[in-house]
Design a protein around this ligand. Sequence first.
Ligand code: IPE
Ligand code: IPE
Ligand code: MG
Length: 239
Amino acid sequence: MTLIDPNKIPRHVAVIMDGNGRWAKKRGINRFLGHEKGTEAVREIVRTSREIGIQWLTLYAFSEENWKRSKLEIQALMKLLKRFLKGELKEMQENGIRIQTIGRTHKLPDNTRKILLETIEKTASNKDMVLTLALSYGGRQEIADAIRKIATRIEEGGISANDISEQLISKFMYMPDMPEPDLLIRTSGEYRVSNFLLWQIAYTEIHVTPTLWPDFGKEEYLAAIQDFQGRERRFGACI
Ligand code: IPE
Ligand code: IPE
Ligand code: MG
């Protein structure tokens, strides 16, 4: 059993859930089954996060670049998303979990968006943990969208170019109230951020594990948090 320090729980954990396809390939089965198994890992990580008192959990579920995948795979992913949202609603309510999204979610199919909006609405008053699903999300797109909104404000005369600061830019991100992640976990052993939360991860601690997402369970999650608890965060200052 991994022991974690209850006084040093990261406030915000972000996860790049990668490796579903490879998990399936290793077993000689269709990659869709890897995604299906991956949703079980999502359930376990959400549950564990809530248990140990994480306040913000952000999951990279579908990137803006993932639209390049086959129509069939995209359909399978949307179906799993809908099934997850419907199947987990009761537990979300019981556990005080609020759902929100980041990304260009207007691009999602109508029926998926409908269930997503319903879930967001139904969980809106939950206060114990915020589960942010990054869907049709890209960090560069988020920054571009923020710049466009800022430019519009300038054109309208609300602000001037001199007002642009880090704080102002942060206010134009998709979820300005979301704190920056303390810990970013990536499964499947890839040492890259794949366009996830580029603005927000400036000082985030990164944990990469070779484990493929469907195999990532509670014990390994706790081990990642334990690893984080041993890090010395300096934010550029000397100690
Ligand atoms: C992550 O698994 C899920 C999504 C990106 C939607 P992948 O589908 O990327 O799995 P690999 O990387 O091919 O193993
Ligand atoms: C990142 O995984 C996106 C998600 C986990 C949703 P990808 O599999 O799409 O990333 P790359 O292609 O390996 O960079
Ligand atoms: Mg991948």
